[in-house]
Design a protein around this ligand. Sequence first.
Ligand code: SF4
Length: 310
Amino acid sequence: MISHSLYLHIPFCRHRCGYCDFNTYAGLDSLVPQYVRALCAEMVYLRNRLEHALPVHTVFLGGGTPSLLPIAELENILGTLMVCFNLHPQAEVSLEANPGTVSLEYLRSLHALGINRLSLGMQTASPEELRLLEREHDFQAVIEAVSWSRRAGFDNLNLDLIFGLPYQALSSWQRSLELAIGLCPEHLSLYSLTLEHGTPLGRWAERGLICEPDSDNAAEMYEWSMERLEHSGFKQYEISNWAVRRDGLLAQPALPGIGSRGAWLRRRDTHSECAGTRCLYPAPAKLWHPGPFLSSNSSNSIDPAHRPTG
Ligand code: SF4
């Protein structure tokens, strides 16, 4: 049976960033328990319609800001997932987190749940650019989030960065990427900013309040990044995604084009093409550990109706 990749969307954020047109909502945290119940019910519904549990090799909890979810809600989601799908023992289970929303204790709990990869939204190291994007964190929060993630046991980190911003000089982008490389992530996702219609940034540009991003400038940043990362031990396996080489192998993802957010959603980078589910690189050696919610029972032997409840 073909193995699948699962994307679970968590549409909650503390606030809407100026460039964001994702399906996400601020100020609706009171709906989190209801939403998690609905998500779990959907997984159970899918399971009940199939004869066998679908094999799954990668799971990505994206958003939105999944790191805003309380651990108990994530435990419900992952517990239901284990019941409803046949998760590969080496599955990559990623969670998207925003710097400034996590603590060491929270990250330790995530790791204990069985999440084995974090994707952190760094975006840029420049305070001015972060302000323009209306991001709430600063670069210090990125440093802390990376440091705490390592202490919590994560050996597979991605950093998301955005380039081609209005007013962004090549030198500023170079500084941001150098600082990101200095944090030693296993993976980098670099996205070129698109000003989406209906977003604050898009409206400001339409009214002439800010300048449009310069596409030639963005192309120069992209080409420089390709070269820089090639010389830093990264392998570009997809238009927006780079993974560290380890002993001739890619650190991750297990299936290129699947374990990164850019390839999951295809919504930030219009140049991307789906890499499909072909296995081009060997899977990482690290075994997925099921966390506390799965006992010795097999995921297929549990009645989905008896899933953990919120
Ligand atoms: S960019 Fe990310 S953190 Fe900001 S509103 Fe959109 S989903 Fe939320």
